[in-house]
Design a protein around this ligand. Structure first.
Ligand SMILES: Cc1ncc(C[n+]2csc(CCOP(=O)(O)OP(=O)(O)O)c2C)c(N)n1
Ligand SMILES: [Mg+2]
Length: 323
């Protein structure tokens, strides 16, 4: 990994952490409504996976603010979307769970657990048919990998040798349910092993995630069919801001936070890349400024006009329902 790229990873992770903390603050103040699933603790996973997979289509879950920003979405249009404003990336109609930007080949944000996996299979089929140079990546949680759609997707992706990278973010919880209570396997990669090559990685180590995703993508682009990467992560907050996180002990949280991805990467920057601490502080300050500007932008942005309520909606009342 090159020094400049590593510094970029650190900047984006720092931006992601600040963005999420500020989003939480404004959620609690009432500026953001609906659900808000934070990625705090998992920024290394989110940023590194996006940076290692820069070309190709991406499908993901509702926990996607940091993924979207790392993909290239402007923080201010993401924040405006969370605030439900017209200048948000989905025009304020989607909110936190539906960040979507075809120009970035970033197809959400999906509120249906596992729904994005089948969409990604369809896309991978299309890309194979079109003889595309790029693969498709789908990101999902450990909980989603207990669903039927997941197993069907493994099967058909493997049978048809689709160019699909399955990336499982295993934070060991589906809302408050510990993975060991509902999954036959603790290691999610065991579910994929009969179908395809699997790679396991420490999801709190950004450089390791980068390496694993890069390797999986290379393997797929060589024409070997799909590949499965499992990244073991840990989220610091509850499932969403509405969740008190009371099902995890103080001891469990302490162990989780000792794996902090930002601290780990900062250590690598200083010790391996000899990045001066002043440069790291500059990157952190730059991230803070961008997040402040994003909030300012979102606060001052226009609400969608009430007259546009039925735009892009199919319904009888709007006169555009398909009978
Ligand atoms: C089909 C479906 N079933 C149930 C839910 C409710 N639900 C929302 S998130 C979630 C847990 C998913 O956990 P996981 O896949 O591990 O992702 P994580 O939130 O840990 O990133 C559930 C059950 C849903 N949104 N969609
Ligand atoms: Mg989970």
């Amino acid at each position: 990994m090159k020094k400049l790229k590593t510094e970029e990873l650190y900047y984006l992770m720092s931006l992601g952490r600040k963005f999420e903390n500020v989003a939480k603050e404004y959620y609690l103040k009432g500026n953001i409504s609906g659900f808000l699933h934070l990625d705090i603790g998992q920024e290394g996973f989110s940023v590194a996976s996006m940076k290692a997979f820069e070309k190709g289509d991406v499908f993901t879950t509702y926990r996607e603010h940091v993924l979207a920003i790392a993909r290239g979405m402007e923080p201010k249009v993401v924040m405006a979307e969370l605030f439900g404003k017209e200048s948000g990336v989905s025009k304020g109609r989607g909110g936190s769970m539906h960040l979507f930007e075809p120009k970035l080949d970033f197809y959400g944000g999906d509120a249906i657990v596992g729904g994005q996996i089948v969409n990604a299979v369809g896309c991978a089929y299309a890309r194979k048919y079109q003889e595309s140079e790029n693969a498709v990546m789908v990101i999902f949680g450990d909980g989603a990998s207990n669903g039927g759609a997941f197993f069907e997707s493994l099967n058909i992706a493997s049978a048809w040798k689709l160019p699909l990278l399955f990336l499982c973010e295993n934070n060991e919880y589906a809302i408050g349910t510990k993975i060991t209570r509902v999954s036959h396997f603790e290691k999610q990669s065991n579910k994929a092993k009969p179908y395809m090559r699997t790679i396991e990685v420490d999801g709190m180590d950004a450089l390791a995630v980068y390496g694993a995703v890069e390797e999986a993508n290379k393997y797929i682009l060589e024409g070997n069919g799909p590949c499965f990467v499992e990244a073991k992560t840990c989220r610091y907050e509850g499932h969403s801001v509405a969740d008190s996180n009371s099902y995890r002990s103080a001891e469990e949280m302490k162990i989780c936070k000792e794996r902090d991805p930002l601290e780990k990467l900062k250590k690598s920057l200083i010790e391996e890349f000899e990045t001066p601490e002043s440069l790291i502080t500059n990157l952190e300050n730059k991230a803070e400024k961008i997040v402040d500007e994003a909030v300012e932008f979102a606060l001052n942005a226009k609400e969608p006009d009430v007259s546009s309520l039925f735009d892009n909606v199919f319904c009888k009342e709007c006169g555009n329902a398909v009978s």
